[in-house]
Each structure stands twice: as C-alpha cells, then as structure tokens.
Design a protein. Structure first.
Length: 298
C-alpha cells in the first residue's frame, strides 16, 4: 500500500522539527504528486501508484536515470529518497507544466529538439528500452489476466516485426531517452524546457523519442519536419519515415498500457477510452496508404 504524504514527511530526517505543509498536485496518470513546503521552500514529492511493476516500471532504473538527466541539465535535482516506498523528492522548479496547446506554439518543436539533444548527449542511462519488447510483455500480461483490449489488435500486431526489420537496416546509435514525453512531462521556465517523470527511460533509438513526443503533441506534418530538422540538422525522407514508424510503435504499446491501467489503476481516468483512441489511430496508420512507403524509405 502506498504511504500517506504525512508518513513520507516523517520519513525524511532533514524535515524533522521544521514547518512543513503539503498540497496535492492534480497531475499524472500513474503516481500521486505533492508540493511540500519546508520552512517556506517548495519541494516536489512523488509517491508511486499501485502495481506499477506490472507496467514494467523499474524504480531503481528510474531514480538512476533521473539523477543522470539532472546532470544533463534538463531535469530537476533529486534531493531525498525514501527507498522502502520508492518515493523521491525533487527540487521545485519555478516553471509552468506544459500542455499540448502550449507545445504546439511556433518555435516549440525547435526548443524540444534542443532539450532532447542535451538529454541524449548526457550520461548514459542504466538499462536499455525497447518498445516492441515492452508491447510483447504487456500482451502476455493481457492474456494472463484476461484484460480486454481493442478489437483488431492481434490481427495487426504481426506487422510490427516488419517495422523492426525496416528500422534495423540502418540503425541509429542508442542514446539516453525519456520515452514517455507527453505534454505534462515538459516544464517551461521561460528559458529551459525541463523534463520530468523518467519511469520508462532507457537507452533507445532517438527517433522513437521524437516520434513519441510528436504523437503525444498531435504534431502536424510541418511540425514533425521542424522537430526532425531541429534535432538531426536535416529532415531527410529516411529520418522522417523512421520517426513515423516509431510513432506507430508508440501507439501500439501505449494502447496495451492503457488497457492494463483500466484494470489496475485507482486514478479516476478513462483509460479504456484512451486505449480505444490510441488503437484507432494506430490501426488506421497501419492500414493507411503511407505505411509501405515508410518501410521502404526507412
């Protein structure tokens, strides 16, 4: 059972005897987050959600990578940890939690590319990350627990090895990737775009990072080109095809993630609707007119 915020506060020796107040932050689809003020200084406290090990979240990998990302200058510093509960405390950033609308503003793809270049050039992360292998793990869990998934999923899944084969022909060097860059995992202080929530982080193809965040931010074709060019210095057909294929891989995996969350999560959120929405987009793309061309071009 997850600890209360009161228990977490008591478990941090540096806060003993000080003036401490806590306020729940209404954000996140997996964990419980708080702003905790200690003698007037704000901190961010993250308490993990229930059964996140089923979602393949390794808390040791997460904390290692969060510290590595902080050394890259793109993530807040880890101030304290409570290992028995996998709780950590981050420095509080005077920054705005971003939205899809905010990250679709002019110039934002280039700013995202700059932040990702800094992260990817930084200290290596502990573990590798492979979204296709994660999808297979999720699918095994779905079968084991008889979890409902969108109709047509299994009939399309056999196309994923074709994507893997195309991407493997000219692989990019793996780099330390966040791998879950939805809008709310960006914070903007007006100068720097910061990244938070490294639950799924690991060494991965940078094209997945670009494709995943372009998907989460509903980027149009021009914005995908801008993001690609901002990161790689060019937006060649091969790189754009690689990003597009990785966008499919992202939707395929997060469809199952959402279906599993619908079964295990205690958070009030329509995870079933999320699974259906993601699968509708993925299946339409797999059946669409551009898929074969992307495979060949990549």
């Amino acid at each position: 059972m997850a600890p209360t915020i009161e228990a977490v506060i008591e478990a941090i020796p540096a806060w003993a005897g000080r003036s401490v107040t806590a306020e729940r932050i209404q954000a996140g689809l997996t964990n419980t987050n708080y702003r905790v003020d200690v003698d007037g200084t704000a901190h961010f406290v993250r308490i993990p959600g229930a059964e996140t090990d089923l979602l393949a979240v390794d808390r040791g990998n997460e904390i290692h990578n969060t510290r590595a990302a902080a050394r890259s200058g793109v993530s807040p510093q880890v101030l304290y940890t409570v290992p028995e509960w996998d709780v950590f405390v981050l420095e509080w950033l005077d920054a705005t939690t971003m939205s899809v609308e905010g990250l679709r503003a002019p110039g934002m793809p280039a700013r995202i590319a700059e932040t990702l270049r800094r992260l990817h050039a930084g200290p290596p992360f502990r573990d590798d990350f492979d979204m296709v292998r994660l999808s297979e793990r999720y699918l095994a869990l779905v079968d084991e627990r008889a979890i409902a998934i969108p109709a047509g999923y299994r009939e399309h899944f056999d196309r994923i090895p074709r994507i893997e084969a195309a991407l493997a022909r000219h692989p990019l060097p793996v780099v330390p990737c966040h791998n879950d860059l939805l809008a709310e995992n960006y914070l903007d202080d007006g100068t720097t775009l910061w990244l938070v929530d490294f639950e799924y982080s690991g060494m991965n193809d940078p094209a997945f990072e670009l494709g995943d965040t372009a998907l989460e931010l509903s980027y149009d074709d021009a914005q995908v080109v801008e993001l690609c060019a901002g990161y790689f210095g060019e937006a060649s057909p091969a790189l754009l095809a690689r990003i597009r294929l990785q966008m499919i891989v992202s939707d395929v995996a997060w469809t199952l993630w959402a279906a599993i969350q619908a079964r295990i999560s205690t958070i009030d959120f329509d995870f079933t609707g999320m699974a259906d929405e993601r699968w509708a987009r993925a299946s339409a793309t797999l059946d669409g007119p551009d898929f074969e061309g992307w495979l060949t071009t990549a």
